[in-house]
Design a protein around this ligand. Structure first.
Ligand code: FAD
Ligand code: UDP
Length: 381
């Protein structure tokens, strides 16, 4: 079969590879001048530092299948994401852990004492937190919420944490020990040569051809038996029902001689500081040494037409518009919508790869079984 895949990010690359290995001819197009989608990495010509051009990417997963898949295409160096945050004139460790609690409240609590102390600050009248704010008040209490989450979240999402779902905060652990690892997962690492080199390896197959700087045009689909779409869901339909909301990011690059902040990610909890965080990219590759340093100040705002869509905003009005687009998508017989943009979800890389492997598997199974494609079956509305 002739397969057209729109998007040379992880979704397009992994599905393309699976189908190519099964004997299908895959043409992958991307409007950008590089492969890798938002995981793209490249060296800064000025400092030599490996840059995560679309924001910091740390690979973390519990999925052994995905871990062995990525290790087929890249050498991973163990990496722990240890985030710091500046708030009210002091620097703390994130996620909130025993060190953060003791430092913030000027105490020397042991784990059980800290647990009881935080519980005493928490609003126990909130039985089932619905919003981000309720989740924070119930589990960390007002002081830590104000210092670390309220201002940051207002900047990141452009709305009150009262309007956001509790699930966003649930992504972050709260620890009553001195573990400052940002993630829980068993496998965590950074590809030594960058993500783009890894994706280059995935795409390196004689049945895969890649065309960059090639935006999708509907007539391209006519030459293909099936289309996998990892671009924006509403974009496929020419935004005919309106635009799904996204946050976009602006990165303000600056360089420094030496070590600017001593860590890879420094968050800024105060509402008055306009950026959400500063990333210093050489710390994502601690096995390298560079005199110069490249940093990004990161700002978040509502995405307009022409901006890169980063974070889907899944508030009430988006959900009803999304439901309408999903109906349109379900009616497409020869198109499968995949990935972060194609299914309008926040997806980590490991989940993206898992879904891409599964989607390809179902597609290949379908070819022999003649069953229907289950596109959107995993899409929670
Ligand atoms: P994308 O990478 O967005 O690829 C889609 C591609 O489609 C793009 O290259 C785009 O140019 C192309 N395209 C779109 N429309 C068209 C069109 N009309 N014609 C042609 N091409 C088109 N995950 C983690 O696991 N760990 C992290 O630390 C992490 N950090 C992140 C930080 C940020 C700021 C963001 C936004 C995401 C982060 N992620 C992280 C998630 C990760 O970026 C995604 O899981 C991954 O990029 C999804 O891959 P994808 O192929 O689905 O989408
Ligand atoms: N968050 C916060 N303060 C921080 C870091 C995170 O309030 O210092 C909130 C913010 O709303 C963010 C959410 O917690 O969207 C989830 O954090 P995560 O690090 O997963 O954010 P992402 O990777 O989505 O940027």
């Amino acid at each position: 079969m002739k397969i057209l895949l729109v998007g040379a990010g992880l979704s397009g690359a992994v599905i393309g590879r699976q189908l190519a290995e099964a004997g299908h001819d895959c043409r992958i197009i991307d409007s950008r001048p590089h492969i890798g989608g938002n995981c793209h990495t490249e060296r800064d010509p000025e400092t030599g530092v490996m840059l995560h051009l679309y924001g910091p990417h740390i690979f973390h997963t519990d999925d052994e299948g995905v871990w062995s898949y990525v290790n087929r295409f890249a050498e991973f160096v163990p990496y722990r994401n240890r985030v710091k945050t500046t708030s009210q004139g002091a620097v703390y460790s994130l996620p909130v852990n025993l060190h953060t609690i003791n430092q913030f409240f000027g105490k020397t609590l042991r784990p059980d004492e800290a647990r009881a102390f935080i519980e005493s600050r928490a609003d126990r009248s909130i039985a089932e937190p619905q919003s981000f704010e309720e989740q924070a008040l119930r589990f960390v209490g007002p002081e830590l919420y104000e210092a670390f989450f309220k201002g940051y979240t207002e900047k990141q999402w452009g709305c009150s944490p009262r309007e956001l779902p509790a699930s966003i905060l649930k992504r972050l652990p709260l620890r009553f020990n001195y573990d400052d690892n940002y993630f829980f997962h068993r496998f965590q690492g950074m590809p030594r040569a960058g993500y783009t080199a890894m994706i280059e390896g995935i795409l390196d197959h004689p049945r895969i051809s890649v065309a960059l700087e090639t935006p999708y045009r509907p007539e391209m689909a006519e030459q293909a038996d099936h289309l996998f779409w990892s671009g924006p869901l509403d974009g496929f339909f020419d935004y005919s029902l309106g635009r799904l909301g996204y946050r976009t990011l602006d990165f303000e690059r600056f360089t420094y001689q030496g070590d600017y902040q001593g860590c890879a990610v420094m968050n800024y909890g105060d509402r008055e500081v306009p950026w959400t965080r500063i990333t210093e990219h050489k710390h994502f590759s601690p096995w390298e040494s560079h005199e110069g340093s490249t940093c990004y100040r990161e700002y978040s705002r509502a995405a307009g037409p022409g901006d890169i869509p980063y974070y889907p905003i899944r508030l009430v009005e988006e959900k009803s518009l999304l439901a309408q687009y999903v109906d349109l998508a379900r009616a497409q017989e020869r198109v499968t919508f995949v990935g972060r943009l194609g299914t309008y979800r926040y997806l980590d890389m490991d989940v993206t790869i898992r879904e891409a492997l599964d989607t390809a598997g179902v597609f290949l199974g379908t070819l022999s079984a003649g069953a229907q494609m289950p596109q959107f079956s995993q899409l929670p509305l």
